[in-house]
Write a new protein. Sequence first.
Length: 318
Amino acid sequence: MDLSIIIVNWNSAGYVRQCLASLYKNTENLKFEIIVVDNASYDGCREMLKKEFPDVRYVQNEKNSGFSQANNLGCQVASGKNVLFLNPDTEIIGNALAVMHAHLNSWRDAGAIGCKLLNSDLTLQTSCIQAFPSILAQALDADILRRLFPRFQLWGMRPLFAPPGTPAEVEVVSGACLMVKRDILEKAGFFSTEYFMYAEDVDLCYKIKQKGFKVYYTDAATVVHHGGKSTQKKPDTFESIILQRESTTKFLKKTRGKSYAKLYKISMAIVALVRLILIFGIGFFTKIDPKNHLRKFSFRKWKLILRWSLGLAEVAKH
């Protein structure tokens, strides 16, 4: 078996159907298997697969154990020489997987590879590659700065804007479409299960590099990633904001130590306070309606981050 494709479903049966249709339509010259792990959503995915995609292997998880544990569960039954971790809200374009597979096997030092991700409107999804988190990068992480200075080394996404060519070595590729050599995955210890969601792809890329292998990005393969469709169905849409930062804190503590992780939380408190002052000031001097949706969302978001950084906002226990 050339490739095992693992898809974790959580209340995304409709997107799973769309994803699988694109896989079967576009994946040729590869002997592959598809494994869908359902994270206790019971959304009719099993019945849909049985009816429309009977060759897909279905694994039912009895509880929502998170992205890492569900993917590791899929790995237990996978038989491919390479493993592709693929989000359900993705669509394969052309021969993307064959290209990734060929590139991954072309270099002995390659441990993993990612590809160009596009948003639903087919614009570039710049989060498909990134640098390992740092206090400075997290403090300056703003859409306007990324747009003004897209080639800034701090973001780690310079290869996105380089002339088309051979795969480039990067630090992190998105877990939305991440292909890994099976033997390297085993050496790295699979996904770290201390992360329920977010940063698990960062952690895996870090562990692959720690084992002496490289992570590559290729612009010759393209996948549409509709992005965050299943997480948007959570009752509390702000839970992910805290969960992202909590996962980043865990990664920094694991890789840089407790002191660095504490400094990160302190820096986030400062950044959140500055953002809140700016949001209030801009609204006051420009007479923006206090009920403006974007302003209300931004204010609530940074207020929540400030509370979290001060230890006043609890992280949901999963």
